[in-house]
Structure formats: structure tokens, C-alpha cells
Design a binder for this molecule. Structure first.
Ligand SMILES: [Zn+2]
Ligand SMILES: [Zn+2]
Length: 90
């Protein structure tokens, strides 16, 4: 991971018509600016005992990942505050 790419531009003319329920519990868009709405995200659960917030949340995080093609943006609730997961050496 080399960090998040900055948003290169904001084009106010090309706002997509995204229907989002009023009680949408997730961010309105991913770190890369893709609109999030039902059908545009995948939602799952990650067991975690590293974060204090996760331990108070049934030992895990809800995660929401962007389904935009090629986008790896993922959001955790509660926010992930534990150590960076170690990639296993092969
Ligand atoms: Zn995205
Ligand atoms: Zn955690």
C-alpha cells in the first residue's frame, strides 16, 4: 500500500444520481470519492480483538468495502485502531 491517492479533481457537472436512504449508516463515499449507496458496497464482519473499540463491539468490526471496479477502499465500524495486520511471509 502506498497510501491513498489524492482526489485529482472534483467535477460538479458529473454528479451521479445516487439514491441513498436517509438512514444510510455508512459514509457517503469511499476514500477515493466513489459514491456509496445500497448495491455499491459490500458489507461484512471482521473478528478483531486488537482494538479496544472492537472488544466493546462483540469483538469485531463491521466492514464496508467499495464495489467500484479496482477500488480497494474499506471502512471499519468502529474504526480500526489496532496494529497494522502483518502480511504472512511465504
Ligand atoms: Zn471506491
Ligand atoms: Zn480491531
Amino acid at each position: 500500500m502506498s497510501g491513498l491517492a489524492p482526489l485529482s479533481k472534483t467535477c460538479s457537472d458529473s454528479v451521479m444520481d445516487v439514491q441513498r436512504p436517509a438512514n444510510w449508516p455508512y459514509p457517503a463515499r469511499c476514500h477515493y470519492g466513489h459514491e456509496w449507496a445500497p448495491g455499491r458496497v459490500s458489507v461484512g464482519w471482521m473478528t478483531c480483538s486488537d482494538c479496544e473499540a472492537a472488544r466493546a463491539n462483540d469483538n469485531g468490526h463491521r466492514w464496508v468495502s467499495c464495489r467500484n471496479k479496482g477500488c480497494l477502499s474499506i471502512w471499519y465500524d468502529p474504526p480500526y485502531t489496532g496494529p497494522t495486520p502483518q502480511l504472512r511471509q511465504v
